[in-house]
Design a protein around this ligand. Structure first.
Ligand SMILES: Nc1ncnc2c1ncn2[C@@H]1O[C@H](COP(=O)(O)OP(=O)(O)O)[C@@H](O)[C@H]1O
Ligand SMILES: [Mg+2]
Length: 325
């Protein structure tokens, strides 16, 4: 990714609300044509950064450079960005067509051109037959497709998406992730995506920025962050992790990196607490030294395991963290 041109540079960005919350000394480079996700629990400052990029929040300190230009003093309309919010914000009294045409009419784009562009964009988001419908005649997922189409019609250089799929049910949410990836790669647009859902971040991002209390905890590709979380915080936030205290350190072990033996082959001895089949694999809890250890086991293999069984296990891969760090 690092060979791609720079699209956005955030330098030394600080924004504090009167109560002291906010974000502090954020430094971040975003490349052209990537989906970059800001990930972290509620309240860590994701929306604050996104709104700053879009021009909806002022800042205390720092620079925001988009396409080589400091945009800090520009109002949202003058920025090469478009933002989509969690609540779709379509105008309820306007049809889909009117919702989409609104911004272009303001820009005095000729009618025929508006029509053609809307038709093209509705195809892009797979909503071809919806021009005459009103928002309340559409499902949540369909409304969000229209909201995305509306923002894309403004031809933004950077598309900002704030938890756009979090109000949708699980199945539609997965579809929308796929759709977003397709649209992003067809248009080769730069996307900054915000979510608190680590699975969503893992599945659609080129890079993830993990945030903690107004600061950046780690930046990396999904694989880098999953395989090498740089702190206990990141390790516990991304995917599932067992933390096993040792004398001076904490071992962090992914459930899929624990190999169970029905004899004494493994380094650690324990007892099976439960075996739960979850589709193609099983989640197995082992009681080891008064701790609960979770292991993921292929389904066939799990059939040899049962509650109360004495087993041993081997840790195939682990990270260590300083205790309490
Ligand atoms: N307008 C505001 N005034 C005061 N505090 C705010 C305001 N907006 C956000 N905050 C606070 O700043 C912190 C970060 O908020 P936000 O960026 O919305 O987090 P996130 O999107 O990660 O949930 C939170 O503690 C939140 O309560
Ligand atoms: Mg938010």
């Amino acid at each position: 990714m690092t060979t791609l041109p720079l699209k956005v540079q955030i330098e030394g960005l600080t924004k504090k609300y009167p109560n002291g919350d906010g974000v502090e000394n954020i430094n971040l480079e975003i490349y052209e044509g990537e989906i970059l996700t800001l990930l972290g629990p509620s309240g860590c400052g994701k929306t604050t950064i996104l709104r700053i990029l879009g021009g909806f929040n002022d800042i205390d300190d720092g620079k925001v450079i988009i396409d080589g230009k400091n945009v800090v003093d520009l109002v949202p309309e003058k920025r090469p960005t478009a933002m989509v919010f969690q609540s779709y914000n379509l105008w309820p009294h306007m049809t889909v067509y009117e919702n989409l045409a609104f911004g272009m009419k303001l820009r005095k784009i000729p009618k025929a051109q508006i029509k053609a562009k809307i038709a093209e964009m509705l195809e892009m988001v797979k909503m071809g037959e919806s021009e005459k419908k009103y928002p309340n005649q559409l499902s949540g997922g369909q409304q969000q497709r229209i909201a995305i189409a509306r923002s894309l019609l403004l031809k933004p250089s950077v598309l900002l998406l704030d938890e756009p799929f979090s109000a949708l049910d699980a199945k539609i949410r997965m579809q929308m992730r796929e759709e977003l990836k397709r649209i992003q790669s067809e248009l080769n647009i730069t996307v900054v995506f915000v979510t608190h859902d680590q699975e969503e971040a893992m599945s659609l991002s080129h890079r993830i920025v993990v945030m903690e209390k107004g600061k950046i905890a780690q930046i990396g590709t999904p694989t880098e962050i999953y395989d090498n979380p740089n702190s206990q915080y990141v390790a516990s936030f991304i995917g599932e992790m067992n933390f096993i205290p040792q004398a001076n350190a904490l071992l962090a072990v992914r459930p899929e990196d624990i190999k169970i033996y029905i004899d004494e082959t493994g380094d650690y001895k324990g007892k099976i607490q439960s075996v739960m089949i979850l589709g193609h694999f099983a989640s197995v809890h082992i009681n080891y030294d008064e701790q609960d250890i979770k292991a993921f086991v292929p389904r066939l293999e799990s059939q040899t395991l049962s509650e109360g069984m004495a087993v041993s296990f081997h840790i195939e891969k682990y990270q260590t963290y300083k205790k309490g760090a």
